[in-house]
Design a protein around this ligand. Structure first.
Ligand SMILES: *[C@@H]1O[C@H](CO)[C@@H](O)[C@H](O)[C@H]1NC(C)=O
Ligand SMILES: *[C@@H]1O[C@H](CO)[C@@H](O)[C@H](O)[C@H]1NC(C)=O
Ligand SMILES: *[C@@H]1O[C@H](CO)[C@@H](O)[C@H](O)[C@H]1NC(C)=O
Length: 837
């Protein structure tokens, strides 16, 4: 009634209509599982399935102000929606009514207008019921035939028993389409759908663009999901017949809650509910790595995530665009060395493969591999063939007629593929292939080794390095650098790799032209050991050039380090090195150009910071975390960045973050977890106590810097130079105190605006505070950080007071030898910040 009093008059009529509706349609009293034409459902009332598994009713996501009819798990505390009826036609307020009308299920708004309805059915005496499977169905009250069901109209979630795919009879499809945002159920950009052109498989699309594909079902699993193994409590099926093409899964234990979703950032995930921990366990996701990105290596390129670079041309093929290929831009793919000659061609046998894109394939489940080979060799447009089903020794036939797209190679559990090659490219006889490959690889290793050794020897003699030191230190470093780039790149730390690290060397003139002779206008900034310029190559590609200042002896070490490191690293959240330029005493690094430059130039700039709404900030935080995780754990070396800060985070045109500046990074050996340095490098305000004070660095000192960065992103304030009236605290201390007092949201940068999911922001802050714990052991690893950021239900420890929480920064000189014995008092808690040694 309170609300009504405040309502303007003109709403009285609609309220009257609404009340009339309610009077005519008595609402259901208790939690039933169904409604009949004489009942209706309004806000506050829900249907609960018979066994109490699912619940249906009106809901409004956090801060959205919009209302929807949806289905969620009844007993999962952090509400998880599995279906939304009116995702694209929300109600403007909570006054909606769901009822059976005109032989369909319909949702009426306050004014009595239908905002959503199911298809009209032929029901005579209909009833709508929520089943324990999560299916909301319309059927005859006394019959069991389902006339309409929500399972035919999935939103972003596939539940056990649901079908993902096509009804070919009615030519109608069921796909998963992501929510637009975390709190916005409207149709988002990502769709996971079955493509039944050729041998069917499932694609993840962004709008219409292919992002990832599952690979075809090969009888055991999806060809692109080798880790998919039979499970005791779940089974998967892929049905292809005249009437239907679909994927579906079922749980054998009816109590097991499992769901497959595509989220608003385009990630496919399968979750199962873990009752003991009261949380969703994300047990599978895709895309997983670079090689899952659709067409990463272009036509006839093969992506191998365990290789570096990841793209390789298959035997008999060469890069179509060698220059781009050497820049690790693989998407142009490969071309044949020798044109095909049709009937004289042979087949190259590839093992452990993900099948190429099957959109242009043809299949026959009855043919044998032998028939398949024959069919393919007789038809000159056939480019490859394989078994359609690999279980029980293999059966069926798929033949490809176009270019072979989006292939990757697995370490195991891939499948065999036979690719058409000109006979001259294949050598003689198929049986000899493995032997020949063996010899070739061995030979290449030997030859490269010898050449590298001689080159290196010559260099030593030539420059007189070793004993005599006639040349200046700078020139020597330059030779060293050349050695590092040219020779050590042929070796790999794993010792297995033989091909060269193809880091292109640009010549000075090219770079001078590209940057307009290093003009002031093209200068982007000045760093510790040189300047950064923006440039444009003749071909039009935009680049960023880091030009090392000529007389910084220190910079050369960093330069070498950076080249060595970053050339080996590939991750979407690390800036990509395109090449380098060494000319006389000029040393330059050429990077991809980042449209939005560095994070600090936006985050700490009042005029621009409102570009970063919460969604973007969260995306930036997660991206940095993923990049850092890659450095710490996923790349082949353990790398400590040592200088993570806002100015070292670059943003591309879509504001995706990329970590840059590896000048100070250190590679760690396999088991090494901690190291000590006499020279503390890095940036105060971001340094962990043990590093600033004792020169001790580890992955956990990077985690500290990440925590500072995270809190800066949330608050829009710099830790260094943070000033708060009547408080001695720096940003870390301030955030901690506010968070502790339950006023965490007051810290959020006003530029974020008002619409953000409070729980996500608070979770983020908690993660940030955990990362800046004084005791390195108490800081989470980056893998845990990502888990905590991504899961609404992950349990997190309560952070204690951060290290370095006072406003004063540690002295900038002689930091490793002076003793510090300060304590930090907040809320009567006294914590000794640093033990005097
Ligand atoms: C009932 O549904 C059908 C088909 O959607 C529609 O043509 C018809 O106008 C509806 N009748 C009423 C009374 O809304
Ligand atoms: C997903 O399915 C719906 C319903 O069949 C259809 O309208 C929509 O176009 C499909 N989405 C895509 C991207 O194909
Ligand atoms: C080769 O195979 C394709 C695809 O099945 C088919 O369209 C074409 O007609 C075949 N060509 C010949 C010569 O058999």
């Amino acid at each position: 009634m309170k609300n009504m009093r405040n309502m303007p008059r003109r709403h009285c009529y609609t309220i009257f209509v609404f009340l009339t509706l309610i009077i005519f349609f008595p609402t259901i009293a208790t939690s039933a599982d169904s409604i009949t034409p004489t009942q209706s459902l309004t806000n506050g009332q829900t249907l609960v399935s018979e066994g109490g598994v699912f619940e249906l009713g009106l809901f409004s996501p956090d801060n959205s102000g919009k209302w929807y009819v949806g289905i969620w798990y009844k007993n999962v505390p952090d509400t998880t929606y599995v279906w939304v009826a009116n995702r694209d036609t929300p109600l403007a307020n909570s006054s909606g009514t769901l009822k059976i009308y005109n032989q369909s299920i319909a949702l009426f708004d306050q004014g009595g207008t239908i905002v959503w309805s199911s298809n009209q059915t032929k029901a005579v005496n209909p009833a709508a019921q929520l089943l324990d499977s999560g299916n909301f169905v319309l059927r005859e009250d006394n019959g069991s035939e389902i006339l309409w069901q929500s399972f035919d109209y999935p939103t972003d979630t596939l539940l056990p028993g649901m079908k993902l795919g096509w009804d070919l009879e009615k030519v109608f499809e069921r796909n998963l389409t992501s929510w637009k945002g975390k709190d916005d159920p409207s149709s988002g950009d990502y769709t996971f759908k079955v493509d039944f052109n050729g041998y069917p498989e499932i694609f993840l699309l962004n709008k219409q663009k292919k992002m990832y594909r599952s690979g075809p079902w090969n009888g055991l699993r999806f060809s692109g999901v080798p880790e998919m193994a039979p499970l005791s409590n779940m089974n998967f099926e892929f049905v292809i017949d005249q009437d239907e093409v679909y994927y579906s899964f079922n749980v054998t234990d009816k109590k097991l809650l499992s769901r497959l979703t595509v989220d608003s950032s385009g990630r496919l995930q399968r979750f199962t509910w873990v009752e003991e921990n009261q949380e969703w366990n994300p047990f599978w996701y895709a895309p997983k790595d670079q090689c899952d990105d659709y067409q990463e290596c272009g036509p006839y390129g093969i992506c191998d995530a365990n290789d570096s670079p990841v793209c390789n041309c298959m035997k008999g093929f060469q890069p179509k665009n060698p220059q781009a290929w050497s820049l690790r831009l693989g998407s142009d793919g490969c071309v044949r060395k020798t044109e095909l000659q049709c009937l004289k061609d042979k087949f190259l046998h590839l093992k452990n493969m993900k099948s190429p894109d099957t959109s242009t394939s043809f299949f026959d489940m009855k043919m044998t591999l032998k028939d398949c080979e024959e069919l393919c060799s007789r038809n000159c447009s056939c480019t490859a063939y394989a078994n359609a089903n690999v279980s029980n020794g293999g059966s069926g036939c798929v033949i490809w007629t176009g270019d072979l797209l989006d292939m990757r190679k697995y370490a195991e559990d891939g499948q065999d593929l036979y690719v058409r090659l000109a006979a001259s490219d294949i050598g003689d006889g198929r049986s000899a292939i493995p032997l020949i490959i063996g010899f070739t690889v061995g030979g290449v290793i030997l030859v490269l080794g010898v050449v590298a050794f001689f080159l290196w020897k010559r260099k030593l003699l030539f420059t007189g390095k070793g004993k005599t030191q006639q040349r200046g230190p700078l020139e020597r470093s330059q030779d060293l650098l050349l050695n590092e780039v040219v020779i050590s790149s042929k070796r790999d730390y794993s010792g297995e790799k033989t091909d060269e690290l193809e880091l292109p060397l640009f010549d000075f003139d090219t770079i001078a032209t590209a940057t307009d002779n290093f003009s002031e206008e093209s200068k982007l900034g000045q760093g510790g050991f040189g300047s950064v310029y923006m440039g444009r190559l003749v071909e039009g590609q935009e680049i960023a050039v880091k030009r090392l200042s000529r007389n910084s002896g220190q910079g050369i070490e960093e330069f070498k380090n950076e080249v060595k490191l970053i050339a080996r690293l590939q991750h979407r959240n690390l800036v990509r090195l395109l090449g380098c330029c060494i000319d006389m005493d000029e040393k330059m690094l050429i990077y991809e150009y980042m449209e939005h430059r560095s994070l600090d130039s936006i985050l700490f700039n009042k005029a621009k910071s409102n570009l970063l709404n919460w969604q973007r900030r969260f995306n930036i935080i997660s991206g940095i975390a993923r990049g850092l995780l890659y450095l710490h754990q996923d790349s082949r070396f353990r790398i400590i960045h040592r200088d993570l800060k806002a100015s070292n985070i670059l943003l591309d045109k879509d504001l995706n973050p990329k970590i840059s500046d590896f000048g100070m990074a250190r590679i760690f050996g396999g088991d090494q977890t901690e190291a000590n340095t006499k020279r503390v490098v890095g940036t105060y305000g971001y340094m962990s106590p043990e590093y600033a004070m004792d020169g001790l660095f580890s992955v956990k000192s990077d985690v500290f810097s990440f925590g500072v960065l995270l809190l800066e992103i949330v608050s829009g304030k710099k830790n260094r130079g943070f000033y708060h009236s009547n408080s001695e605290l720096n940003l870390l201390g301030h955030v901690w105190r506010m968070w502790k007092e339950g006023k965490g949201l007051e810290v959020v940068d006003p530029a974020v605006g008002d619409s953000y999911p409070a729980h996500e922001v608070l979770r983020c802050m908690q993660v940030g505070l955990l990362c800046v714990q004084e005791n390195a052991e108490e800081r989470p690893k980056m893998s845990a950080v990502l888990l905590m950021l991504g899961s609404e239900t992950a349990t997190m420890p309560q952070p204690k007071i951060p290290g370095f929480c006072l406003g004063r920064n540690p002295p900038e000189t002689d930091s490793s030898s002076s003793k510090h014995d300060e304590s930090c008092t907040v809320n009567q808690v006294t914590v000794t910040m640093l033990d005097a040694r």
